[in-house]
Design a protein around this ligand. Structure first.
Ligand SMILES: COc1ccc(C[C@@]2(O)NC(=S)NC2=O)c(OC)c1
Ligand SMILES: [Zn+2]
Length: 265
């Protein structure tokens, strides 16, 4: 079967053929974050602010893997995550994006059915587990919280100067499989909202094959603003089949017996 993608022929509705958990999994991601009614997110006053320690990255690769664009610092990076719903310390691995063809679609998570034009995923792995000592081992470990992914919605507004070094680089990785070493330093902390207090959190999975159910998700309420030009730069990145990636988001999955907690009322 053709490798998975987001087209009619190889998109999310076909992934179950090679990856049965797509249909049989009970903690798949993304989900629609509902804020009122029966299955709505429940306020949990014990949820603390998320703590990130992101010293500026000095060495990283920016890659177009045909499904997304990914920023991956060299192994020595010391960036860490803790707090929020977490009981362990997590190490930063990479960040990447999901986006759509226009401003009314693109995010993977939704809020009461609303999609944002894009979603940023900051991927981390539990660096204090006795069962694994690398990201790759963490993903394959079956540990329910091997990974923690921070999700940030992107919305169209003012140009985001902190993300400009990334969006300016998109044209350099237009072709699938291409990568560049990131020039200079990148300050990821400057991209994020000041306070990381208001978020939804739930147990889920990777949102592409292998769809491993190993992710503690933390999706922040406050979107990050980017300009229309910055959004257009994502939509010019190619998928390796001569077409731009114009919708690398998976539709929401059933919640099953899961509950979603909210750190805010
Ligand atoms: C084998 O390990 C993998 C494979 C794919 C992804 C990417 C992704 O599926 N996961 C999220 S989150 N968004 C995505 O698009 C991954 O990210 C941690 C880890
Ligand atoms: Zn992702």
């Amino acid at each position: 079967m053709a490798p998975w993608g987001y087209s009619k022929e190889n998109g999310p509705a076909t992934w179950h053929k090679d990856c049965p958990i797509a249909n049989t999994g009970v903690r798949q991601s993304p989900i629609d974050l509902i804020t009122t009614g029966q299955t709505c997110a429940k306020y949990d006053s014990n949820l603390k602010p998320v703590i990130v320690s992101y010293p500026a990255f000095s060495e990283a690769t920016f890659l177009n893997n045909g499904h997304s664009v990914q920023f991956q610092p060299s192994a020595g990076n010391l960036s860490e995550l803790s707090g929020g719903p977490l009981t362990k310390k997590y190490k930063f691995e990479q960040f990447h994006f999901h986006w759509g063809n226009n401003d009314s679609e693109g995010s993977e998570h939704r809020v009461n059915g609303k999609m944002y034009p894009a979603e940023l995923h900051l991927v981390h792995w539990n660096s204090e587990s006795p069962n694994f000592s690398s990201f790759q081992e963490a993903v394959g470990s079956n540990d329910p919280h091997a990974l923690c992914v921070l999700g940030f919605f992107l919305k169209v507004g003012a140009e985001n100067a902190s993300l400009k070094p990334i969006t300016d680089l998109l044209s350099k990785v237009k072709n699938a499989g291409s990568s560049v070493s990131f020039p200079g330093k990148f300050d990821l902390k400057a991209v994020l909202p000041e306070t990381l207090t208001d978020y939804y959190t739930y147990d889920g999975s990777l949102t592409t094959p292998p769809l491993a159910e190993c992710v503690k998700w933390i999706v922040f309420k406050e979107p990050i603003e980017v300009s229309t030009a910055q959004m257009e730069a994502f939509r010019a990145v190619d998928d390796g089949h001569g077409k731009p990636i114009t919708g690398n988001y998976r539709p929401p999955c059933p919640l099953h017996t899961r509950t979603v907690a909210a750190s805010f009322k």
